[in-house]
Design a protein around this ligand. Sequence first.
Ligand code: SF4
Ligand code: SF4
Length: 117
Amino acid sequence: MSTARKPITPKPPRTREKVLVLLQEQCKQCELCVAFCPKNVLCLDKSKYNRKGYHPVTTCDLDACVNCGFCEMICPDMAIFLADREEAENAYKKGAMQEGTLIPEYMGKGNVEEDAE
Ligand code: SF4
Ligand code: SF4
């Protein structure tokens, strides 16, 4: 049996086909998406309140997102969804987004630290 180790080839950076969009003003802090996300991507932003008085959902580990869409399916308020990358990027660059829209991938908020209660 050979004792030579196989070379480790680094994987290319993963580019997700779609980007997560969070409508934080529509979020009611029910945490269904947080509970159902299989990769623990989502959490609540305890440093912020929306107009309804809730801590809105945010991303705590965006890099772990696998684009499965469970969050979009489970949200009763359509406050979280996956969008076409190009469309989302264009909307972000043009500033053509409704108030309270968070696209963590472009806004550098992909790994918000969870605050203690
Ligand atoms: S798409 Fe899937 S992995 Fe990504 S945040 Fe939603 S539930 Fe989690
Ligand atoms: S995004 Fe939707 S499912 Fe997630 S906490 Fe907000 S209202 Fe609930």
